[in-house]
Design a protein around this ligand. Structure first.
Ligand code: NMX
Ligand code: MLT
Length: 436
């Protein structure tokens, strides 16, 4: 057994009594109350999910296993010749909460390489899809197509409940190892006339992805940074929750992650990174060669709001300040592409949009989220087909949601099944001032 899996097994054994004790001795302790606004309003803020993999503070932003973004980047072993940690070391960290040594990270790399072969039928299915399929449909389909590889599904009838996590870990690791090649294949098939670049042995996941995309350095670091930043955002976001929900029925990792990707493909969630570029391109087209200024940005933002649409890349269900993932990418831009014209427009929007949204007075958070800043980096390195951007989010998001469903099975979380009520019941409780 690999060092990662051995450590994970030990961590699971150590953790299980904590969950069991809470369930057995403290099940009736109240930690939240639910009001009508939350029931109608998307379950906002209801404390109803458990994860130890990441936590999102509204003001501070995300912490992975207790570390914020700069701490995470600083703590993990870096890729050879790169400024960012390897995705492999981050996977080890997300699963176990421990910082791997270089040797342990190298072992994950070797393990991923051993698992990386994508079944040929996946490429056949992708090639057979309509040419105008959205890349997220292609990614989700590719993942679902591989369901027949699931070890969890194959062994389900023979496994004890305490052994479920092992098969889920195998499925999650196989999926994680294969996703970069599938994503790059979709890109080259769709936008590069099917001129596919084969994976190369010896490269870490980020570098191999850059290689298969056909984009030169420092895109290897862009890929590492991007996948890590998009990995996890605690458990209530749509992609994480959808993955967890489907996995709670003991559906395997393929079914579950495909569901998560389908949620990520919504414009209020991961597709917002595509929407941001779409908004900027429409704005520039509308200007017809006139220089963007804060004045004409402001006018365009108001036009978007007045037409009843959202400003993509702004607002958040939990965050109440600028997303630190936005800031991390902005720092990258300031270092690598400070004079890029698109970066300048993104910064102009950052100067103007929070004021416009505040003046409009609807959103609880007028600040930018991760999606407002991610496309500009991709664009700069030549990835201008922005309907592909959510696929990049999806590969990154796999790290978080797959690590989570391994732990879901390890801790034996049950099938998720909240209770629904009728509108008449809500009206009755509203009239009585509460549910007696
Ligand atoms: N532009 C215009 N209106 C907005 C925006 C925005 N960026 N953000 C929120 N609002 C509106 C929202 O539509 C709602 O309007 P109404 O009362 O008419 O339904 C009102 O403000 C209150 O919404 P909030 O409670 O502030 O936000 P909520 O938690 O419901 O939604 C988002 C969160 C992220 C869905 C929302 O801010 C949004 O639609 N943002 C734009 C899309 C986006 O960037 N999504 C990506 C989020 C990050 N990710 O990658 O998933
Ligand atoms: C995410 O990364 O999932 C988004 O920021 C959405 C969220 O956290 O609700």
């Amino acid at each position: 057994m690999s060092r990662l899996k051995t450590l994970l097994a030990a961590k699971i054994e150590e953790h299980r009594p904590r969950t069991q004790k809470l369930q057995k001795e403290f099940a009736s302790v109240v930690i939240d109350q639910v009001n009508i606004g939350q029931v109608i309003g998307g379950a906002r803020d209801i404390r109803a999910l458990v994860t130890d993999i990441s936590y999102l503070d509204p003001m501070e932003g995300i912490r992975f296993r207790g570390k914020n973004i700069p701490e995470t980047f600083a703590a993990l072993p870096k890729a050879k010749g790169g400024e960012y940690p390897t995705v492999e070391s981050f996977w080890y960290f997300l699963l176990t909460g421990e910082i791997p040594t270089q040797a342990e990270a190298d072992e994950v790399h070797a393990d991923f390489q051993a698992r990386a072969k994508v079944p040929a039928y996946v490429f056949e299915v992708l090639r057979a899809m309509p040419k105008d399929s959205h890349p997220m449909v292609m990614l989700s389909t590719a993942v679902l197509t591989m369901q027949k590889e699931s070890q969890f599904a194959a062994k389900y009838h023979t496994l004890k409940k305490t052994e479920y996590w092992d098969a889920m870990y195998e499925d999650a690791s196989n999926l994680m190892a294969r996703l970069p090649e599938i994503a790059a294949f979709i890109y080259r098939l769709k936008y590069k006339n099917g001129d596919i670049i084969a994976p190369k042995d010896g490269l870490d996941l980020g570098a191999n992805f850059a290689h298969m995309m056909g984009i030169a350095k420092p895109y290897d670091d862009v890929a590492r940074m991007y996948f890590i930043l998009h990995s996890d955002h605690e458990s209530g976001n749509v992609s994480a929750h959808a993955t967890h929900l489907v996995a709670s029925a003991l559906s395997d990792a393929y079914y579950s992650f495909s569901a998560g990707l389908n949620g990520l493909a919504g414009p209020l969630h991961g597709l917002a990174n595509q929407e941001v570029l779409d908004w900027i391109m429409a704005f520039e087209k509308m200007l017809g060669g006139v220089e963007p200024t804060e004045e004409n940005v402001k006018k365009a933002l108001w036009e978007t709001l007045n037409s009843g649409h959202v400003i993509p890349g702004y607002g958040h269900a939990v965050l109440r300040k600028t997303d630190p993932r936005y800031q991390a990418q902005m720092e990258f831009c300031l270092k690598h592409l400070p004079h890029d014209p698109l970066f300048k427009v993104v910064n102009m929007i950052y100067h103007v949009a929070p004021g416009v949204l505040t003046e409009q007075g609807k959103t609880k958070n007028p600040w930018p989220n991760v999606d407002a800043q991610s496309g500009v980096i991709q664009w700069y390195y030549g990835l201008k087909e922005y309907d592909f951007y959510t696929v990049l989010f999806g590969v990154g998001r796999a790290l978080g949601v797959l690590a989570n469903i391994v732990w879901d099975r390890a801790l034996g979380y049950p099938i998720e099944r909240p209770k629904s009520v009728t509108t008449a019941m809500l009206e009755e409780w509203a009239a009585k001032g509460g549910r007696q």
